[in-house]
Design a protein around this ligand. Structure first.
Ligand code: IPD
Length: 277
């Protein structure tokens, strides 16, 4: 049977690659920065330009589709995930990295229908790595199949996480409390690429066993979530329940054993959901 969404996925890969070229050029010439929710929540003209470019090109090809885009939401648009075909876009995941030329920057494009992610595309454009997953058809990096690590012992694991962009003392305290406990399990190490999407692709690639974060947004994780599960991994809420795309909380791991072990050490809190109205 023909794959209903294959042409949309092909379009996503092509436009992510084009967006990556724009980002690479801008990295050399144009990194003017402004701030959003706080002095460390950064945005550049390139984020806005790339998001517009992606949305424009998708609208021309798929006029009935909807969008949730990081910069459109920052400009006041709603971020409600309906049953309609919806493109969930982070034009630059790792904006802080981009601003500082720290070499992990990704274009993240997820596509959901009936609130279920059908395909995910993460283009880590400075590494030229194109991660893709189509529901039920596996996950790939530059065309090579991805498989999560088979490690079940958390003490032999590397865990990825991020500090996020909140500097609220209570939030920072929670982040450090979780980090201290996880580090002292002890695990082999804790890492963070500075982009949620790439962290998830590192889980899918078997380079780290798990990634967790509270405070991410749907555009940071929509594409990566499918790449993880299609590579054989699992998703969970930070309190152990079912992963919820709009909840701003994620644990992505190679297997349930590691995910549940990490969950035990996380000081959970609930930021305002992406679909608050
Ligand atoms: C951010 C990155 C970062 C994560 C933040 C995200 P952005 O996305 O994914 O790693 O810690 O929670 O908001 O702002 O660079 O698109």
């Amino acid at each position: 049977m023909a794959d209903l969404w294959q042409s949309a996925m092909d379009h996503a890969v092509a436009i992510a690659r084009k967006a990556g070229e724009t980002i690479r050029e801008a990295l050399l010439n144009d990194r003017k920065v402004t701030t959003k929710s706080s002095s460390v929540d950064l945005v550049t003209q390139t984020d806005q330009k790339v998001e517009k470019m992606i949305i424009q090109s998708v609208k021309e090809r798929f006029p009935a589709h909807r969008f949730i885009g990081e910069e459109s939401v920052a400009a006041g648009e709603a971020s409600n995930l309906t049953t309609a075909p919806t493109w969930i876009i982070d034009p630059i995941d790792g904006t802080t990295n981009f601003v500082h030329a720290f070499p992990f920057v990704a274009v993240s494009i997820g596509f959901a229908v009936n609130s279920q992610v059908e395909f995910g595309v993460v283009y880590s454009c400075l590494e030229d790595k194109m991660y893709t997953a189509r529901r039920g058809k596996g996950a790939f990096c530059n065309g090579e199949p991805l498989q999560v690590s088979d490690q079940t012992d958390v003490k032999q694991s590397i865990i990825a996480t991020e500090f996020g962009s909140s500097r609220d003392p209570e939030v920072v305290e929670n982040i450090f409390s979780s980090l201290r406990k996880i580090l002292c399990i002890p695990v082999h190490g804790v890492r963070g690429a500075g982009t949620a999407a790439v962290n998830m692709c590192l889980v899918a690639s078997g380079s780290v066993e798990a990634y967790y974060e509270i405070g991410i947004h749907v555009w940071d994780v929509a594409a990566g979530s499918l790449i993880v599960t299609e590579a054989g991994g699992v998703l969970m809420d930070v309190e152990g329940g079912e992963f919820d795309l709009m909840s701003r909380r994620v644990v992505a791991a190679n297997n349930k054993t590691i995910a549940e072990r990490i969950v035990k050490e996380i000081a959970a809190f609930q930021p305002e959901r992406d679909d608050h109205s």
